[in-house]
Design a protein around this ligand. Structure first.
Ligand SMILES: [Zn+2]
Length: 202
């Protein structure tokens, strides 16, 4: 028996997603065959609009439906503090705690030589140039990359770049309470908030 093409296509699409192997891809596809057409149409249109209806903030590189994003344009936020994170999901995790009132800079990755990702492959240069600009009001940079080997290497690289250019700028690193090797994205609100409050000079 051959599998109908429509089914085979969807299985192959699912298999391309992270963490989904051939078995799960098959299970999801056959599950969807039982879902009403209306639900499937909704699912398909969400997929179709995912990238069409979102933009990268040209200032902090967060994903939002407007540019500049709702955090960068919020006058209540403290624009003198920038928290540097690896991924948009890290911003969501930190925002859940509601303790942080500064703004962000999303790198969209980390320096990872084993996977050929160097400093130029992620958004480090825009951060450095933002700090270089004459009207930069920034007083503190919080390095909130993950406490993994790559996250540390990324924090170290960024700190070196900033110190070379703005030696007086305060640089801090979050950490306390975060288990080594952990992902910010999976830390609970309290741990994240403590890590943020307990940040130290870097
Ligand atoms: Zn922004």
């Amino acid at each position: 028996m051959t599998i109908p093409k429509a089914i085979q296509n969807l299985i192959e699409s699912f298999e391309k997603l992270p963490g989904i192997g051939p078995k799960t891809a098959q299970r999801l596809t056959f599950y969807l065959l039982h879902v009403p057409q209306g639900e499937l149409d909704k699912f398909a249109s969400s997929l179709q609009n995912l990238k069409k209806d979102t933009v990268l903030c040209s200032s902090c590189f967060m994903i939002d439906d407007q540019d500049p994003c709702s955090i960068c344009t919020n006058p209540e936020r403290n624009h003198e503090i920038i928290c540097v994170v690896e991924q948009p999901l890290d911003v969501l995790a930190l925002e859940k705690g509601r303790g942080y009132k500064g703004i962000y800079h999303v790198l969209h990755g980390k320096i990872d030589p084993l996977n050929n990702i160097g400093p130029d492959e992620i958004y480090i240069v825009p951060l450095i140039s933002k700090l270089k600009s004459q009207n930069s009001k920034v007083k503190e940079i919080i390095l909130a990359t993950n406490p993994t080997m790559e996250g540390e290497a990324t924090a170290m690289y960024i700190a070196k770049q900033i110190k070379a250019q703005n030696p007086k700028l305060k640089i801090t690193r979050i950490g306390r309470g975060l288990p080594v090797g952990a992902d910010l994205e999976y830390a609970d609100d309290t741990t994240l908030q403590r890590a943020m409050e307990g940040r130290s000079q870097y």
